[in-house]
Design a protein around this ligand. Structure first.
Ligand SMILES: [Zn+2]
Length: 276
C-alpha cells in the first residue's frame, strides 16, 4: 500500500511538472565521482536523478536497428512503457521511419553522434560535425530537434560538455546502471544486473542492437514494474528532479534497493568506458 502511494506520488509529480513547466532552472542533483558540483554543471550532466517517487528511465543506444528496434517498440507498446533512444546518425539516415515511429509512440530521441567516435579525443570541429549531422537527421526523421545527447562510451571532457550545451542546448546524459549488455552475456545476466542495480531515479543503459538485450526486456520490464518502478523518459525524469536532502535520509523506493546518499555511479565521464 505504501508503495502504491509512492507510485501515485511519482505520477502526480510528473503531472505537476508538466502542468507548471519546471524549466532548466529546477534544482537538480547528479552524483558524480567528484562529489559536489557547481550548479551550472548539475543542470547539464546527469548520471541519475534525485526524484520523488520510484521513477526510472530506460535508455537504448546505438540504434535504430532494422529488426530489433521495431521488436522492442512492439513490446514497449504492449506495456505502455516510454523509453529514450540515443541514436546513431548513420542509422537514423538509413531507417528514419523507425525513429519517426518511436517518436510518434511517445518515446524520446537523443543524439548519440553520427558514427560513434570517442569525443574525448577529438577536435571541437569534428565533434560539432558529428552532432550537427545527427541533429539534422533526427529533425528530418521526426520533425523536431533532440534536447539530449549521450557521448559514445560516455567519453566527454568537462570543456566539451559546456560548449556543446551552449551551442546545441543539449543536456548530457550518462547512466548509473550498466548491464554490460554489449558483451552479450545472455538475457538472464542482462536482466539480473539491471534488477540488482536499478534504484529510484536511475538511468539504465542498454543497447537495442543486441538480440540478447531485446530478449531480456519482457521479463526485465515486468520485474521492474512488479517492484513498483514507473517508467518515464529521461526528460520527464529530469523534470521531476528535486534538491538533494542536505542530511542523509531514507529514500522512497518500496522494496527496491534504497540508498541514503546516492553512491557514485561507475561514472563513465570523463574517461572512456566500453559501454555507452
Ligand atoms: Zn553507444
Amino acid at each position: 500500500m505504501f508503495f502504491l502511494r509512492l507510485r501515485f506520488l511519482c505520477v502526480a509529480v510528473l503531472v505537476a511538472t508538466r502542468t507548471f513547466g519546471a524549466g532548466p532552472e529546477t534544482p537538480l542533483q547528479t552524483p558524480e565521482k567528484s562529489g559536489h558540483k557547481a550548479p551550472a554543471e548539475q543542470n547539464i550532466t546527469f548520471n541519475s536523478v534525485h526524484a520523488d517517487g520510484p521513477c526510472i528511465a530506460m535508455t537504448f543506444d546505438d540504434g535504430p536497428s532494422a529488426t530489433l528496434t521495431p521488436k522492442l517498440l512492439d513490446l514497449l507498446a504492449t506495456r505502455h512503457i516510454k523509453v529514450t533512444f540515443f541514436v546513431i546518425g548513420e542509422n537514423v539516415a538509413e531507417h528514419p521511419e523507425i525513429v519517426a515511429r518511436a517518436a510518434r509512440e511517445g518515446h524520446e530521441i537523443g543524439n548519440h553522434s553520427w558514427s560513434h567516435p570517442n569525443f574525448g579525443k577529438m577536435s571541437d570541429d569534428n565533434v560539432r560535425s558529428q552532432l550537427r549531422r545527427t541533429d539534422d537527421a533526427i529533425r528530418s526523421a521526426m520533425g523536431n530537434r533532440p534536447t539530449l545527447m549521450r557521448p559514445p562510451y560516455g567519453s566527454i571532457t568537462a570543456r566539451e560538455k559546456h560548449w556543446i550545451h551552449d551551442e546545441f542546448g543539449y543536456r548530457i546524459i550518462l547512466w548509473d546502471v550498466d548491464p554490460y549488455d554489449w558483451k552479450r552475456p545472455g538475457p538472464a545476466v542482462v536482466r539480473n544486473r539491471i534488477l540488482k542495480e536499478t534504484q529510484p531515479g536511475s538511468i539504465v543503459l542498454s543497447h537495442d542492437i543486441h538480440p540478447g538485450t531485446i530478449e531480456a526486456m519482457p521479463s526485465t520490464l515486468d520485474a521492474l514494474e512488479a517492484k513498483g518502478f514507473k517508467f518515464v523518459t529521461v526528460s520527464e525524469l529530469i523534470r521531476m528532479a528535486r534538491p538533494q536532502p542536505s542530511h542523509p535520509s531514507p529514500q522512497p523506493g518500496g522494496n527496491a534497493p534504497t540508498k541514503a546518499t546516492p553512491s557514485p555511479p561507475p561514472a563513465p565521464s570523463p574517461v572512456s568506458s566500453p559501454s555507452g
